[in-house]
Write a protein that binds this ligand. Structure first.
Ligand code: QUE
Length: 335
């Protein structure tokens, strides 16, 4: 049997299009070290290959990607291999930056789930094509981790609504963006009926096919929160809650969406969003790496992953809300 048949990511070239196919459907394509390495090596190989003009990333199944393999990360922490976990996250974040700076068009074809690490390999390219059933979310607060894979920067720099407030709202609440929300914010560039055969059509006809088959955008539910989020989601987590007293509807939504979140993760992520509100993606990823190394060693990470992904009992017992200083002091702020 061909060795590549076993691999969780397949790579091939069709005409002049490099095609990366996530193929670990039983784990919803959650990204492990091997997958990050295969994607990184393909991009490096194709970077200077004149036979490759553009890169498409897609999933072999209905769902694009549910995140990083945080179960494996939890095992590493519990078994005294925190250094391995640090290296995994560092390599993943390096890949996110490679995608953002890639010299050729990078097109993600996204349906179903696109969360966490999945956004890291789909939201930093030049094109993101979604189907009606696609949704995007950064749900790390529920597992005691932080907003990462460059999304602590990207969410504050959405092409059609680039604000600190909206980005921080999306980061802290894990709000699920629909396909129309993604179009409205500019996170996605095209909505299409189906992804079937689309990589092949792009390889045959070029990127113009996307404009030809694009569906008209529908209504974005997220848009009604833009103004309030812009004003309320600024500052520390304590400050945000104080601000929300003046926005009762958004306060109620936030309360509901953060009900099962780690208080430590919310405090840490609010500091991260502040630190990454200005500056560049590379610096933001570095802040994520440094803060992530702190947070993954705290008890809420192993406990959150247990409750959400290992036991699936959703009964995490988190530690009390900490002071933000311990997170603030490890972060770099530009200016
Ligand atoms: C937060 C996360 C993740 C998550 C849920 C959260 C995450 C992740 C998965 C996931 C889901 C289904 C799977 C799987 C992983 O869920 O990172 O292997 O089958 O990978 O609330 O960060």
């Amino acid at each position: 049997m061909n060795e590549s048949m076993e691999k969780p990511v397949k790579t091939t070239v069709i005409n002049t299009t490099g095609v990366i196919t996530l193929d670990r459907p039983k784990a919803l394509n959650s990204l492990n070290n091997e997958m990050v390495t295969i994607i990184s090596e393909a991009l490096e190989k194709w970077r200077d290959d004149e036979g490759v003009e553009q890169v498409v990333i897609r999933s072999s199944g209905k769902h694009f990607c549910a995140g990083g393999d945080v179960r494996e990360a939890r095992d590493g922490i519990l078994n005294g291999r925190a250094g391995d976990v640090d290296r995994f996250f560092a390599e993943e974040y390096e890949l996110n930056l490679t995608i953002a700076n890639y010299p050729k068009p990078y097109i993600a074809l996204v349906s179903g789930v696109d969360m966490g690490g999945g956004l890291g390999v789909s939201a930093h390219g030049t094109h993101m094509v979604v189907t009606e059933d696609a949704f995007a979310s950064m749900p790390e607060m529920n597992i005691g981790y932080i907003t990462d894979v460059g999304m602590s920067w990207r969410l504050q720099h959405l092409p059609k609504h680039p604000t600190q407030g909206l980005g921080t709202f999306l980061a802290l609440t894990g709000y699920r963006l629909t396909a129309d929300d993604m179009l409205e914010t500019g996170l996605a560039t095209h909505k299409v009926e189906s992804l079937d055969g689309l990589a092949e059509r792009i390889a045959q006809e070029g990127l113009d096919v996307l404009d030809e088959i694009a569906l008209a955008p529908g209504t974005s539910d997220l848009a009604r929160w833009f103004d309030d989020a812009d004003e309320a989601f600024l500052g520390s987590w304590a400050q945000i809650r104080k601000n929300l007293e003046n926005y009762p509807e958004l306060r109620d939504l936030t309360k509901k969406l953060t009900e099962k979140a780690s208080p430590s993760a919310l405090v840490a992520a609010a500091e991260l969003m502040e630190a990454n509100a200005s500056g560049e993606l590379a610096q933001a990823l570095e802040n994520e790496r440094i803060l992530g190394a702190v947070v993954c060693r705290e008890p809420d990470f192993a406990e959150g992953v247990r409750a959400v992904l290992v036991d699936k009992t959703h009964d995490a017992s988190f530690t009390p809300e900490p002071h933000p200083a311990k997170y603030r002091e490890v972060l770099s702020r530009p200016r």
